[in-house]
Design a protein around this ligand. Structure first.
Ligand SMILES: Cc1ncc(COP(=O)(O)O)c(C=O)c1O
Length: 362
């Protein structure tokens, strides 16, 4: 199996580690019911939630590059920092575990939701080492100490983001372009994606240029300024493009500026992981109309921004708009019922269950 990026740039395949983890291409589909509900019948979704039968979502694409890089460097452990309910940490734990690499999670507090509690139980079930800190400085001090003293650890930046892993989302747009060329969807005028650690969206920006798509990328800020900001996203897009060209000079020179991207700031809600009424309403509407499950930290806020944009933007004139779904949709509720619950967690994480928010565990 190869990927559209390597078919277009064979020299990159020789330069970049890559392993097949996911189900490609991920499906695209028209959101007909949701479109009817909001009065814009040209809404589409790219279903990266179905990127793996094991655990889907956006990290699968990144891990297809990261895991073989870690294996090549003979690393035995992944170490990563994230919110206590991190999807990225769980995805890393599951996929790296299957490749024989254990994940060490350095977690910091965030608002507690059902999804946060479920992820934490699954982290433990799938063998992550869970450590909880008061805040990021403390967690990053630990990272520095571990990396200095343990050469067999691989550092995964929060969200798995680096120019190297961002290449995976450049490939994702080449994949989308083939689906457009094959008549599966019209070329979107706008593409909406969540901006957590910026890797997904930066990759989409580079990919759109490389694929010759005229689509405009709109990122929705869902994390704190240090992770999720306008300048950083454009800069990461430029670094990714430079890295690709360095590895393969046949990749065209690309320069990205403020004109290539919009960052929607108004749906963040002031705190990473905070449930906002409009984010929750968007999650509920997607479930009711299309039966697709989102969550409130990333994809709910992103969909809320997209729906308001579509409703308030008359000049759209029925143009196609694409929602890039980055959340896993493999259902783990049966595993969670069996996994032993709160008592399996280390003491440092037990406070997360002061109140049980998982209805099927009550
Ligand atoms: C469900 C979901 N969507 C989007 C993102 C954001 O992606 P990125 O960190 O590449 O900006 C994340 C990051 O963890 C995520 O878990």
């Amino acid at each position: 199996m190869t990927i559209p990026l390597f078919e277009a740039y064979p020299a990159l395949e020789k330069q970049l580690p890559w392993m097949h983890l996911g189900n490609w291409p991920t499906p695209v589909q028209k959101l007909s019911n949701l479109g009817k509900a909001i009065g814009h019948e040209n809404l589409w979704i790219k279903r990266d939630d179905l990127s793996s039968d094991i655990y889907g979502g956006n990290k699968v694409r990144k891990l297809e590059f990261i895991i073989p890089d870690a294996l090549r460097k003979k690393k035995k452990y992944m170490i990563t920092v994230g919110g206590i309910g991190t999807n990225s940490g769980l995805s890393t734990t599951i996929h790296c575990g299957r490749a024989g690499i254990k994940t060490v999670l350095l977690l910091v507090p965030q608002p507690i939701t059902q999804n946060v509690q479920e992820n934490l139980l699954l982290d433990q079930y799938f063998g992550a080492e869970i450590n909880v800190f008061h805040g990021q400085p403390e967690a990053y001090l630990r990272v520095a100490w571990v990396l200095l003293t343990h050469p067999n650890f691989y550092l995964l930046w929060a969200g798995g983001t680096s120019p190297f892993s961002t290449i995976s989302y450049v490939n994702a747009v080449l994949e989308l372009k083939r689906q457009i060329d094959g008549g599966l969807l019209p070329a979107p005028k706008y593409i909406f994606s969540a901006v957590g650690s910026m890797g997904t969206t930066a990759g989409l920006i580079v990919g759109a240029r490389l694929a010759g798509l005229k689509s405009h990328n709109v990122g929705v800020k869902v994390s704190m300024d240090s992770y999720s900001n306008f300048k950083g996203t454009v800069s990461l897009a430029n670094k990714t493009a430079r890295l690709m060209r360095k590895l393969d000079p046949s990749v065209p020179e690309m320069k990205f500026t403020a004109a290539d991207f919009d960052l929607e700031l108004n749906y963040y809600g002031g705190e990473y992981g905070r449930v906002t009424p409009e984010g929750k309403a968007a999650v509920d509407l997607m479930k009711e109309t299309e039966g697709i499950k989102l969550e409130t930290t990333y994809t709910g806020k992103t969909l809320a921004a997209m729906l308001d944009f579509v409703k308030n933007n008359r000049s759209l004139n029925g143009a196609p708009v694409l929602f890039w779904n980055t959340h896993n949709s493999v259902d783990y509720s049966e595993t969670i019922k069996r996994c032993g619950g709160l008592k399996t967690l280390p003491e440092c994480a037990q406070w997360v269950f002061k109140e049980n928010l998982i209805p099927y565990l009550k």
